[in-house]
Design a protein around this ligand. Structure first.
Ligand code: ATP
Length: 230
């Protein structure tokens, strides 16, 4: 299902963080949102999910305006946000974290996600707090999947993870894309982005400054140097 963001402006108090962001995610596309720290990537995801309410602009998903809807109403329409700090319940076990998220009609059952993440199956009785960073990230993604997302919003899923775990997350995201879920991915790891994405957007100070296909972006050294180099 298609997401169309048109010229949104979002604020924290008086601080004007998004200054007319427009972007699209077509059905089944995996699109990345890149940019330096503080550029407004997380705020864009939070605006889509309804956690931040844009003061202007529109966010249309599957033909319906999302701005003004409550977080749970947006979630019910199939938009799932996996936040940067993962938001899993530390005192619940892996299995309990999944069980409370599962939607009866979901195309991913508990056993499907255990098959996708064998590590979570092994750890299913462990508390959320007892998981490694990579396992927590896997659980956060698995929890979104059992809720049957149509649009998955991922905020820096590989941040701070060891290279072998990053590869595992890349493999999972590839599978999610193959399953036809639309994905908007915020990610600092360019290699991860380039492996997975159909298209890319770069934002800087709350504005989209570049958009291009995966193939175009690979050649855009100047864009990478200007907006993404640290
Ligand atoms: P990062 O990679 O650091 O998360 P980002 O591109 O996701 O960067 P945002 O988190 O969207 O950036 O932040 C955009 C701007 O909004 C930054 O200047 C940040 O300091 C500010 N900001 C973020 N959250 C809040 C908040 N809750 N209250 C006030 N200002 C905030």
């Amino acid at each position: 299902m298609k997401l169309e963001i048109n010229r949104i402006h979002s604020y924290y108090g008086k601080s004007h963080v998004l200054e007319g962001v427009s972007l699209e995610v077509n059905p089944g596309e995996l699109v990345t949102l890149l940019g330096r720290n503080g550029a407004g990537k997380t705020t864009t995801l939070r605006s889509i999910a309804g956690i931040v309410r844009p003061a202007e602009g529109s966010i249309v998903f599957d033909g319906e305006e999302l701005i003004g809807k409550e977080v749970f109403e947006i979630a019910r329409r199939g938009v799932s946000l996996v936040p940067e700090h993962r938001g899993i319940f530390g005192l619940l076990s892996v299995e309990e974290n999944l069980a409370i998220a599962v939607r009866a009609s979901s195309r991913w059952s508990l056993s499907d996600v255990y098959e996708m993440f064998p590590r979570l199956y092994e750890r299913r009785k462990n508390g959320g707090n007892a998981l490694s960073g990579g396992e927590q990230q896997m659980l956060a993604i698995a929890r979104a999947l059992v809720n049957d997302p149509k649009l998955l919003l991922l905020d820096e899923p590989t941040e701070g993870l060891a290279p072998v775990i990053v590869d595992e997350i890349v493999r999972i995201l590839g599978k999610i894309r193959e399953a036809g879920v639309s994905v908007l991915l915020v990610e600092q790891n360019l290699a991860v982005c380039e492996k997975l994405a159909d298209r890319h957007y770069v934002i800087e100070q709350g504005q989209v400054v570049y958009s291009g296909t995966g193939e175009q972006f690979r050649q855009e050294q100047a864009v990478k140097d200007r907006y993404l180099a640290v």
